[in-house]
Design a protein around this ligand. Structure first.
Ligand code: IPE
Ligand code: IPE
Ligand code: MG
Ligand code: MG
Length: 321
């Protein structure tokens, strides 16, 4: 991410967030400590950290509470990835082996639980009951989204359902990050709602782009397996737009019915989806959310943080990792 400048205004705060996260396994079993170090040192874009720090910075939130909030959000995100990779059977994340690639499911689940606990502890340290409540509601929403994705395959080819799923699994946390940072800044309620909406819009775009990268990305750049959503039976925007064109596809139907499909059928379907213009339409859909996010910011006075939040929004739609 060396070519983006939205981290510039928060350079020193980011380091404090990193430090805060790194110490969360101190005094616990050495395996927990090394797992946390492994996860954090692999990188990750820290995009949710940037959102919280920039919104809080814009409205002069108390620095200590803001760092605590950003660490809580990123640690919650990290915990969801640990469990998500176990659930998906994914062996690579951030260019490194996942915990489940090296450990038993039991050890991986427990490490994820530990991270959830420490994230909740940090959220409590913000001393805002409203933020703590948002935090727990968001975790419930994320779990509900993942369970929906797992149990409701037959409803997966519906656009409204797609929007609900990506809100639950991804946009909800972006929303909570931006909203909570505004709440900690004691801004008027309407301002907090605006930044909640900003978080929602960039979060929706973020997951749409993630879903596009699953079709167009390179594993070496993205740092995690690609072309895997379809194989797992997860219907995302490129497939939905493809289906709108062809009306029906026997391989998609088979996947939705959880029937076996061959690798050759999958490969052919991937080629068809990539060729039909569905990816371009999905990009447009992501851009619609980005424009909405930038529109919200335009109602606020220009400052370093506002400009950085605009750049962050644009980065989300253009990212390749
Ligand atoms: C990955 O999130 C999970 C999704 C919500 C798509 P990121 O792409 O932000 O993951 P890192 O933190 O940068 O690795
Ligand atoms: C992950 O969604 C969302 C959560 C971690 C809750 P994905 O399954 O699309 O994320 P990746 O592609 O594995 O990062
Ligand atoms: Mg996954
Ligand atoms: Mg994905």
């Amino acid at each position: 991410l060396s070519d983006v400048t939205f981290f510039d205004p928060i350079q020193s705060s980011i380091l404090l967030v990193e430090q805060r996260m790194r110490t969360q396994a101190d005094g616990f079993h050495p395996e927990l400590k090394s797992a946390l170090t492994h996860l954090l040192s692999a990188g990750g874009k820290r995009i949710r950290v940037a959102v919280a720090l920039l919104v809080g910075g814009m409205f002069k939130a108390d620095q200590h509470r803001l760092i605590t909030l950003a660490a809580a959000i990123e640690l919650l995100h990290t915990a969801t990835l640990v469990h998500d990779d176990l659930i998906d059977g994914a062996l690579m994340r951030r260019g490194n082996p996942t915990l489940n690639a090296r450990w038993t499911p039991a050890a991986t689940v427990l490490t994820g639980d530990f991270l959830f606990a420490q994230a909740a502890n940090l959220a409590a340290d913000t001393k805002s009951v409203r933020v703590i409540k948002l935090f727990t509601e968001t975790l419930a929403t994320i779990c509900d989204g993942e369970v929906t994705q797992m149990f409701e395959r037959q409803f997966m080819s519906d656009f409204k359902g797609y929007e609900k799923r990506i809100y639950a699994k991804t946009a909800s946390l972006f929303e909570t990050g931006a909203f909570s940072a505004a709440i900690l800044s004691d801004v008027p309620e309407q301002t907090a709602q605006d930044f909640k909406q900003y978080g929602y819009e960039i979060g929706m775009a973020f997951q749409i782009v993630d879903d596009i990268l699953d079709y167009t990305g390179e594993q070496s750049t993205v740092g995690k397996p690609v072309a895997s959503d379809l194989r797992q039976g997860i219907m995302t925007l490129p497939v939905l737009f493809f289906l709108e064109q062809v009306k029906q596809d026997p391989v998609v139907t088979a996947i939705l019915d959880a029937r076996r499909v061959s690798e050759e059928q999958i490969q052919r379907l991937l080629v068809d989806i990539r060729a039909c213009g569905a990816v371009d339409r999905a990009i447009q859909e992501a851009n619609r959310h980005i424009q909405a996010a930038i529109g919200i910011l335009s109602g606020y006075p220009i400052c370093t943080e506002r400009l950085a939040l605009e750049e962050l929004a644009r980065f989300i739609s253009q990212r390749s990792k």
